[in-house]
Design a protein around this ligand. Structure first.
Ligand code: LLP
Length: 412
C-alpha cells in the first residue's frame, strides 16, 4: 500500500508529500487498506475452523483503527481498563474481547465484567480469586483461560520475549493442571480455554508451534480431568519485515500450520495479533531540519524524535527511512536524529540513506504498531497527529496536540 509512483512516495493513492505539507510533521499516516488486508489474511486463512481474531489493542489503539477492525468483525485483546474504554468508544463487540495482563486491577476487572467480555486470560491464582469474588458480587460467571508459560524461547529481542520460565508472565505449564483443578472451588469462574503468548516480533514461527503443541497436550490432559476446555488462545507475536529485503513470516502459512494441528480437536482457536496487522500499515512522516557534520560523522536532524518513536532508542530497532520525493543525488551514510537532548535520540545510526536536504520530507517505515502508542511528551513536545488514508482520501483521526494539551490537568 506504500509505493513510489514516478519519484513520489504514496500511501494508497495519496502522495505523502502533500499530506506532510498540509498536516505538518511529524505525523503518523496509516493505510486503511493495509490494515484490513492484514486482518483479512488471518481471517481467510482460518477458513471454516472456528476462530476469533482478537486484535491486540496495545499495538495501535486509535479509535478510527479500532472501528475499522470492529466493522471487519475483529475481536480485541486488551490489557487495561483504558483499552476496554477505547474498544467501547470505537463500537467494538465486547463479547469478542479477551483481557490479558499480569496485573489486572479490581476496577478494571469490574469494568470488564460489566462489559460482558468473552474471557479473562489469567496469570495467577490470586487473580482468579479476585475475579471470582467480583463476579460473585455481580451475580455472574466469568470465563477464564490460564495463561501458561510453555518455557519456549521465541528468539526475539529480550524485552519482548515472554515465554521463558524466568519471565513474569503466565503460570508454568507443568503446574497448570493443578491450578485448573483448584480453580473448581471458585463457584463464579468457568474454565473456558488455555492461553499462551511467547513473545513479539517473531520471524520464525516454529517456536510458536512448539508452544502450541505443548498447549494442545495440556488441553488434552485438562479435558481428561473433566475440565471443559473449548478454546486455545495462542497470543500474538508474528513479526514483520523491518529491513528492506527481509522476509516476514507468511500469515497464511502460519495459520495453515495451526489449522492442521487443531482441525481434529474440536477446539476453537483465538489469536491476538497486533504488530502484523498495524505495523506495516503505518509510517511516520518527518521533515529534515538540518544536515551537520561532527568530525567524520554525518547527521541528518529531523523534526521527529524519540518521543514520537522510541523503538530505535529502546530496542535498537531498525526502521527503513525513505524520502517522500526521490532525488538524483548519490546516497549518504548518516545518523538520523531528532531534536531531543539525549544521545539516545536517534531514528537510525550509520544508515545508508537518500541524500536528503533541509526541507525534504522522509517517511520512517513500518511504524504503524508500537509507534504512536509509545509516544510521550518528553521535552514538552506535543504528540504528532494521526492520519488515516482510504483510497484517494485522507483524514486526521487524531489532531496534533497543542501547548494547552501539554499542561491540561496541571495546577500551579
Ligand atoms: N498478546 C499478548 C498477551 C501480548 O503481550 C502481546 C504483545 C500481543 C498479544 C501482541 O503481540 P504482537 O502480535 O504485536 O507481536 N513495544 C514492543 C512490543 C511489545 C509487545 C508486548 N506484547 C515493540 O515496540 O516492539
Amino acid at each position: 500500500m506504500f509505493h513510489y509512483s514516478q519519484n513520489d512516495f504514496y500511501c494508497e493513492q495519496v502522495p505523502l508529500a502533500d499530506v506532510a505539507a498540509r498536516a505538518g510533521t511529524p505525523a503518523y499516516v496509516y493505510s486503511s487498506a493495509a490494515i484490513l488486508a492484514n486482518y483479512q489474511a488471518y481471517d481467510d486463512a482460518f477458513g471454516d475452523l472456528p476462530h476469533g481474531i482478537c486484535y491486540s489493542v496495545k499495538a495501535n489503539s486509535s479509535l478510527a483503527l479500532l472501528a475499522l477492525l470492529a466493522r471487519a468483525g475483529a475481536g480485541f485483546d486488551i490489557v487495561s481498563g483504558g483499552e476496554l474504554f477505547r474498544v467501547l468508544q470505537a463500537g467494538g463487540d465486547t463479547s469478542k474481547v479477551v483481557f490479558s495482563g499480569v496485573g489486572k486491577h479490581a476496577d478494571e476487572v469490574e469494568d470488564a465484567l460489566a462489559a460482558g467480555i468473552h474471557s479473562f486470560n489469567c496469570e495467577s491464582e490470586a487473580e482468579l480469586a479476585l475475579i471470582d469474588a467480583l463476579a460473585a458480587r455481580r451475580g455472574v460467571k466469568a470465563r477464564f483461560a490460564i495463561r501458561v508459560n510453555p518455557d519456549v524461547d521465541a528468539s526475539t529481542h529480550p524485552y519482548i520475549s515472554t515465554g521463558l520460565r524466568e519471565h513474569k508472565f503466565g503460570i508454568a505449564i507443568a503446574e497448570a493442571p493443578d491450578v485448573y483443578q483448584r480453580a473448581r472451588r471458585f463457584a463464579n469462574l468457568e474454565p473456558a480455554g488455555v492461553s499462551c503468548h511467547i513473545g513479539s516480533q517473531i520471524l520464525d514461527f516454529n517456536p510458536i508451534l512448539e508452544a502450541v503443541d505443548k498447549v494442545l497436550a495440556l488441553a488434552g490432559t485438562l479435558r481428561d480431568q473433566g475440565c471443559p476446555i473449548r478454546h486455545l488462545d495462542l497470543g500474538g507475536g508474528l513479526g514483520i519485515a523491518y529491513h528492506a529485503g527481509e522476509q516476514a513470516p507468511h500469515i497464511a502459512a502460519f495459520i495453515q500450520a495451526l489449522r492442521s494441528r487443531l482441525a481434529a480437536t474440536g477446539l476453537s482457536v483465538m489469536v491476538e495479533p497486533g504488530r502484523s496487522i498495524a505495523g506495516p500499515a503505518g509510517v511516520l512522516l518527518a521533515r529534515v531540519l538540518y544536515r551537520k557534520q561532527n568530525g567524520p560523522k554525518e547527521f541528518v536532524v529531523v523534526d521527529a524524535a524519540m518521543n514520537d518513536l522510541i523503538r530505535p532508542a529502546l530496542y535498537r530497532a531498525h526502521h527503513e527511512i525513505v524520502p517522500l520525493r526521490k532525488n538524483l543525488l548519490p546516497p549518504i551514510t548518516a545518523d538520523v536524529v531528532g531534536p531531543i537532548c539525549e544521545s539516545g535520540d536517534f531514528l537510525a545510526r550509520d544508515r545508508r540513506l537518500a541524500n536528503v536536504m533541509p526541507g525534504d520530507y522522509v517517511a520512517v517505515c513500518s511504524t504503524g504498531a508500537y509507534g504512536f502508542v509509545q509516544a510521550s511528551n518528553y521535552n514538552s513536545r506535543p504528540r504528532a497527529p494521526e492520519i488515516l488514508v482510504e483510497g484517494a482520501a485522507w483524514r486526521t483521526i487524531r489532531r496534533r496536540e497543542t501547548y494547552e494539551d501539554l499542561i491540561r490537568g496541571e495546577t500551579l
